[in-house]
Design a protein around this ligand. Structure first.
Ligand code: KG4
Ligand code: ZN
Length: 340
């Protein structure tokens, strides 16, 4: 089965061709980062407009690179939430028109399910049940995954997502948007113990997260320095901040794996691209005999191949979306909203 995946939920315009939900023939990602960098974060209206300009060329490139014509496609999978509503509607409207004209099925895919499905493009299916840690710019949640499509949320952030905290700290340090990768890089040259930042919610006894207090602690520390941090201080702040995020993510994930008696943990989402976080999770979970699996870095951040991977499974089950399918800025994982 050949499926075209479309992803426009935030600031990447992406289209991919995936065979049988497992083999990537092409995965084109046009990042808008330089557009939004000027403003230190994503400007929703600008994102929508850029998707309108970029989507058709990106789909053409995905077809060309995949060696596929529109007539070869068996279906279309498109992100219909959660995300920026205007941005989502660009991809959704395109997918509906394309599916209607070609007379092929299309399905709406939950962006979070896409992140979890990315791993299926690189290895055989994860054993069930497993715990999934989803860490991205918009979400930080733990789930118990019973089977494909069956998720129970175990905990979530009470305020900022981990990626949002990375981006806000990066902005304070003048590192540009998005800043997760820049912080990771500078952290390698800093001392994680030079500045001790709080580990919010670490000992809360539940599986929820909180990152806004950590962000504020970084802001207060920077304000206390007066003239702004020197180069080495910036590196220490990056290392100290990242170490705090790592400690909280590891503790909560270990707790979730233990309480749920699973042998496997999947880590997904843009922040899962962080090598220090991956290594610490592997180390922490190995201590209780649990394996950690994460997609390769390119498949952690937003891309359409992961949407095609999840959508193919839904199409194969016989799911079809009506042309009235809507987009949702909030769409909990596993909800049936908008499904046919
Ligand atoms: O999954 P994603 O591409 O988009 C959302 O669905 O949100 O995640 C983007 C987030 C951004 O906050 C970005 O700073 C963060 O992932 N990120 C990282 C790294 N690479 C991307 N955070 C920490 N370390 C990284 N290497
Ligand atoms: Zn994402």
């Amino acid at each position: 089965m050949l499926v075209l995946g479309i992803e426009t939920s935030c600031d990447e315009t992406s289209a991919a061709i995936v065979r049988d939900g497992t083999r990537i023939l092409s995965n084109i990602v046009a990042s808008q980062a330089s557009l939004h960098d000027l403003y230190g974060g994503v400007v929703p209206e600008l994102a929508s407009r850029r998707h309108v300009e970029t989507l058709v060329p990106v789909v053409r490139e995905a077809l060309r690179k995949g060696g596929v014509g529109p007539g070869d496609l068996d279906g279309i999978a498109v992100t219909n939430g959660p995300g920026l509503i205007g941005a989502l509607l660009v991809g959704l409207s395109f997918a509906k028109a394309f599916a209607y004209v070609r007379g092929i099925p299309f399905v709406g895919v939950n962006h979070l399910e896409g992140h979890l499905a990315a791993i299926g493009l690189e290895r055989e299916e994860m054993p069930y049940p497993h715990v999934a840690l989803l860490v991205s710019g918009g979400h930080t949640s733990l789930y118990r995954v019973e089977a494909f499509g069956e998720y129970r949320e175990l905990g979530r952030t009470r305020d900022d997502a981990a990626g949002e905290a990375f981006d806000k700290v990066a902005k304070m340090l003048g590192l540009g948007y998005p800043g997760g990768a820049a912080i990771e890089q500078l952290a390698t040259q800093g001392n994680p113990d030079a500045i001790r930042f709080p580990r919010p919610h670490r000992r809360s006894g539940d599986l929820h997260f909180s990152f806004s207090g950590l962000k504020t602690a970084v802001a207060n520390h920077l304000a206390s320095l007066g003239d702004g941090p020197g180069e080495q201080t910036v590196r220490h702040v990056c290392a100290g901040f990242q170490a705090a995020v790592v400690d909280v993510l590891v503790d909560k994930t270990v707790r979730a794996a233990r309480e749920n008696e699973v042998r496997d943990v999947l880590v997904a989402g843009g922040v899962a691209a962080n090598g220090a976080i991956r290594a610490a999770l592997e180390h922490g979970l190995a201590g209780i005999g649990v394996r950690v699996t994460a997609p390769s870095i390119a498949l952690c951040t937003d891309n359409a191949a992961m949407i095609a991977a999840a959508g193919t499974r839904r199409i194969a089950r016989g799911e079809r979306a009506p042309l009235s399918l809507n987009a949702y800025s909030r769409l909990p994982l596993g909800s049936n909203v908008g499904r046919a």
